[in-house]
Design a protein around this ligand. Structure first.
Ligand code: FAD
Length: 480
């Protein structure tokens, strides 16, 4: 039985990094917010994505570093891994972050409904609660933040393989109870390569099968060209221009059409990591049929508004950028836009004077590999234009040499007409942190002087960025 309908200023459907950030931003402005989540707060990011993979990556990186130092004055003998303990530690990290979000939601006086929500009409949602109850809520505004799900390609035997846990998606791979001897990863994008790197360092024999001509196709070709020999040295087997055609769960084989015709590999598990797609069909958002384009995402404008007046869509569900930090930023943008609408209708809420659309921000991309690969590209980057470039190698930097992290390259591109930075890419240690210099430079349209007229501490990896930026005008000190 459905109880009385509760009315809120805003109802947020989905409690991932898009939804919970939107809910908190709205609540901080004094609005009355309901957040609906069918699983655990934190969404894919905290529970099955960014955080658990990085917890495992940390172990993989530590193993890699210890092994590297075996030839550099530290001897530990054969490394032994306690996989149970590693997985427990990973889960502890996840649990502590999820409970942190639960506390934030509570402290911000957000009503959390645990259950699966479905639209009844454009402004009300019925929730099948985890405790068996059914609740109906309505909101002056609704923010859809239901995330994405893995793409399952039409490969013969894939579905049957999933039914008996021979084929896994990233979610199940994060719940493995033992380290597999042999893994085939379908897909050489960021998620596939991160898992491949983790299990390779844990001692599995890993083969990545990628259909296109290169792994990590969204990253700059020069960075990937330098990365390939490093990954090969780590023992990863990468097959490009190879298409998986069949999976046999009984024989435990994967068949693919490669450069030399059809071939098969045997393995203990297959990880299917060919990408993710927006997930919203289950929420009965029928009125949005015009808003859903042929790639099956909810179309939004730069402020996350759909064409239905009171309805917003943020995060993976709108397909603009399937990254956690994009989801959170979009949550903040949608919240600010809604807060302004409430303040226009004379509610006692402080308006936010200027809301910038999502396209005014550049989005950093990071692949947590050995080493990290990161890049940031200006939104108006024109691939056909010849920009001025600057480069610097990690091996010419004192700190990189001192910490035995000399494999790497930083690269920038500069628009001489507009006098601003348009690209920064880093293959190298701590690239995930260093890239924010590029984010700042691009977002604030800094010119050569702004970018270079400062002091980088010595010795530090920041000096690599400083030298790279100076190289735009061939003014670097430590290169010829
Ligand atoms: P989600 O995080 O998916 O949250 C959506 C939430 O909505 C879920 O909690 C779901 O349970 C809930 N929901 C859905 N439907 C309903 C309903 N009808 N009723 C109630 N609740 C509902 N991104 C990065 O930026 N960095 C990384 O390092 C990174 N690593 C990743 C690693 C992996 C293995 C994966 C799979 C993803 C990774 N991502 C990473 C991507 C990142 O996780 C997503 O971009 C991000 O979680 C999207 O946030 P969201 O809020 O849009 O959706």
């Amino acid at each position: 039985m459905v109880g009385i309908m509760n009315k809120y200023d805003v109802v947020v459907l989905g409690g991932g990094p898009g939804g919970y950030v939107a809910a908190i931003s709205l609540a901080k402005a004094g609005l009355n917010i309901c957040l609906i989540e069918r699983d655990r707060l934190g969404g894919t990011c905290l529970n099955h994505g960014c955080i658990p993979t990085k917890a495992l990556y940390h172990y993989a990186k530590t193993v890699h570093s210890i092994n590297k130092h075996q030839l550099q004055g530290i001897s530990t003998g054969q490394i032994e891994l306690d996989f149970d303990l590693i997985m427990n530690n990973k889960q502890e990290t996840v649990d502590s972050l999820v409970s942190g979000v639960e506390i934030l939601v509570k402290k911000n006086k957000i009503t959390l409904i645990e259950g699966e929500g479905k639209f009844v009409d454009d402004s009300s949602i019925i929730v099948q609660c985890s405790n068996g109850e059914t609740k109906q809520v309505s909101g002056e505004y609704i923010v859809v933040a239901t995330g994405s799900k893995p793409i399952l390609p039409p490969i013969t035997g894939l579905k049957e393989g999933m039914d008996n846990n021979f084929v896994l998606t990233s979610k199940e791979a994060l719940a493995l109870i033992k380290i597999p001897n042999k893994i085939v990863v379908i897909g050489g994008g960021v998620i596939g390569m991160e898992f491949a790197t983790i299990f390779n360092q844990f001692g599995s024999e890993v083969t990545v099968i990628e259909a296109t001509e290169s792994i990590l196709p969204s990253f700059n070709k020069e960075l990937i060209k330098r990365f390939k020999p490093l990954v090969k040295k780590q023992g990863l087997n990468i097959l490009t221009k190879s298409m998986v055609t069949a999976i046999d769960k009984t024989l435990k084989t994967v068949t693919y059409e490669g450069k030399n015709g059809p071939e098969s590999i045997d393995c203990d598990i297959v990880l299917c990591a060919v990408g993710r797609k927006p997930s919203f069909n289950h929420i009965s958002l029928n009125n949005l049929s015009n808003e859903i384009d042929d790639t099956r995402k909810i179309i939004v404008d730069d402020f996350m508004r759909t064409s239905i007046n009171n309805l917003y869509a943020i995060g993976d569900v709108n397909g603009l950028s399937l990254l956690a930090h994009s989801a959170s930023k979009q949550g903040v943008i949608a919240a600010k836009d809604i807060i302004n609408k409430f303040s226009e209708s004379n509610r006692e809420i402080n308006s936010i004077t200027k809301v910038k659309g999502f396209s005014s921000y550049s989005v950093p991309q990071v692949a947590f590999l050995l080493p990290e690969i990161s890049q940031v590209v200006s939104n108006d980057y024109d691939a056909s234009k010849k920009y001025k470039s600057g480069k610097f190698l990690y091996r010419s930097n004192g700190m990189a040499l001192a910490i035995k992290e000399s494999d790497g390259l930083c690269k920038v591109e500069y628009d001489e007409d507009m006098k601003r930075l348009v690209y920064m890419g880093i293959l190298g240690e701590t690239g995930a942190e260093l890239i924010h210099t590029g984010v700042h430079g691009i977002d604030h349209e800094l010119n050569f002087n702004d970018l270079t007229d400062s002091i980088a501490g010595h010795p530090s990896l920041m000096e690599i960025l400083h030298e790279t930026l100076l190289d735009i005008n061939k003014m670097g000190i430590h290169q010829i």
